[in-house]
Design a protein around this ligand. Structure first.
Ligand code: ADP
Length: 471
């Protein structure tokens, strides 16, 4: 499809067009219904008026006929028809065998059959109204039939020309009104939908023009209404999130590059040394050992990064079972204790006597806890203590790791769970700044959270919260 054709189709697909069309359809149907109702009620009002006049005339003639007889009636027929104008009224009195006993001038009414078959069905005293065609005239005739005592039939006819003229005039006015309403409706619909859509267009405009360098642009507040404001707000907060994601991504990429560069440079240096200054095989072995160590650290970092990514994206396969948290803690404390004691740090656990159940993945919980325990020992020194306590707080199971180590300064505290973040004082220690990040991701996939409080120089307390599973 070429561009022009696309644009043409585009107009029909626009909400503004659809809303305008909807307005048009609504206006058309509503005004058509109103106009039809006006027409119907006017037609019936005019008919009622005609019938009233016919009946008035009939009454007049009937009493005249009863009081003064046929002769008077004949002259009244003639006078009345003449005074009402030619072609407006006709009057006739027929005998029971349909002979014309008296009539007004019937010349203008030639096409009308005064003896149609249906008058045979009338009974004495009965009165009927009929609307009949008038051959040779475009207007119909309304005729009143009244059967007098003795069987004579009075016919009073009135041309519907006046009614037709009134109706035509009204139809003309309604027609103009209809066109005017349609035009107004379309214009109004277009204006309203354009106004409603202008906010959407504003947001679209900005969204279309935002590229990587302009992520800080935001949709300004407008006055189009609550929905548009909500849309703009949702759009802006999405931009906030994208911006912070991009920032995080940049930071992580920088950190990864940095953390990879140092060990790789060291590995390269070691290999170069060996090449440039050939030494004896034992030194080769030593260098190879160091290179393996560096590689292991690199692999460890890469694996942790992959683990975090997997946990965060929900791709890691956690097999959750009901676990007694006391066992996991005790196993880990037993595992870490010897190495800690070698450094002069005492590690102890305070566990309740009752089982503390949690629904979780054993390996994942072990890893999260191990990272925290490892940190507590790593950032403590000779004479310090690390205490792991398990307790319950409402529906939460809390694992508290309290150490009397170096503590975390206020500046670092809000960032320690960020990927690759390492506190200033911890630079000298081994690590890559991913341990807490992974631990938090793992705990969060269990519906839990980790909180930390710390005083520099006095120690830190990490609290892991996990939903408690009733036994
Ligand atoms: P790493 O331990 O590899 O540096 P982590 O993500 O485990 O990375 O921890 C991030 C930072 O948080 C550490 O560099 C350190 O500054 C701080 N930290 C974590 N745990 C403790 C602790 N128990 N005592 C003092 N500082 C800690």
């Amino acid at each position: 499809m070429n561009q022009k054709a696309k644009e043409k189709h585009g107009i029909f697909r626009k909400v503004t067009f659809k809303l305008t069309l909807l307005h048009l359809i609504l206006f058309t149907t509503t005004s058509l219904i109103i106009f039809i109702l006006i027409h119907l009620s006017l037609t019936s009002a005019l008919r009622a008026r005609t019938d009233r006049s016919l009946r008035d005339e009939r009454r007049e003639f009937e009493s005249l006929y009863v009081k003064h007889g046929l002769k008077e009636l004949q002259s009244e027929f003639t006078n009345e028809a003449r005074s009402n104008g030619s072609g407006a009224w006709f009057y006739a009195l027929l005998s029971p065998d349909h002979k014309i006993l008296a009539s007004s001038d019937l010349n203008p009414w030639k096409g009308i059959d005064l003896k149609p078959g249906f008058i045979n069905t009338f009974h004495e005293g009965e009165e009927f109204f009929k609307t009949r065609r008038h051959p040779g005239s475009e207007h119909k005739v309304r005729i009143l039939y009244k059967v007098f005592k003795g069987g004579n039939i009075l016919q009073v006819g009135h041309s519907l020309r006046d009614n037709d003229e009134i109706l035509e005039e009204v139809e003309r006015i309604l027609g103009y009104g209809f066109v005017a309403i349609l035009m107004l409706g379309t214009l109004l619909g277009w204006l309203i939908s354009r106004r409603a859509m202008s906010g959407v267009e504003r947001v679209t405009e900005i969204a279309t023009h935002i590229d990587r360098s302009e992520l800080s642009r935001r949709v300004p507040a407008g006055s189009e209404g609550q929905e548009i404001e909500d849309l703009a707000r949702a759009f802006n907060s999405m931009l906030d999130r994208i911006q912070s994601l991009v920032r995080d991504l940049k930071e992580v990429t920088n950190n990864v590059a940095h953390d990879l560069r140092s060990p790789l440079t060291r590995i390269r240096g070691m290999a170069e040394n060996v090449l440039l200054a050939p030494t004896d095989p034992s030194e080769f072995r030593e260098t190879a050992g160091m290179i393996i160590e560096e590689c292991d650290q690199l692999l460890g970092m890469i694996n942790t990064m992959l683990a975090i990514a997997q946990v965060d994206s929900g791709l890691s396969h956690l097999s959750k079972t009901t676990l007694d948290m006391r066992e996991i803690i005790q196993e880990l404390v037993d595992l870490f204790k010897p190495a800690a004691e070698d450094k002069g740090i005492s590690v102890r656990s305070l566990l309740p006597s009752r089982p503390m159940k949690v629904l979780g993945d054993r390996a994942a919980l072990q890893r999260a806890l191990a990272n925290l325990l490892d940190n507590a020992i790593k950032f403590s020194g000779r004479g310090d203590t690390v205490q792991v306590t398990l307790l319950r707080e409402n529906s939460w199971l809390v694992i508290e790791l309290r150490d009397t180590g170096m503590g975390i300064n206020e500046k670092d505290l809000p960032h320690i769970f960020d990927r690759f973040y390492r506190g200033d004082q911890s630079r000298s220690k081994a690590g890559n700044g991913l341990g807490l990040s992974l631990a938090l991701s793992l705990i969060q996939t269990h519906g839990g959270d980790i909180k930390v409080t710390s005083t520099i120089g006095k120690g830190s307390t990490f609290r892991i919260y996990l939903p408690h599973t009733p036994a």
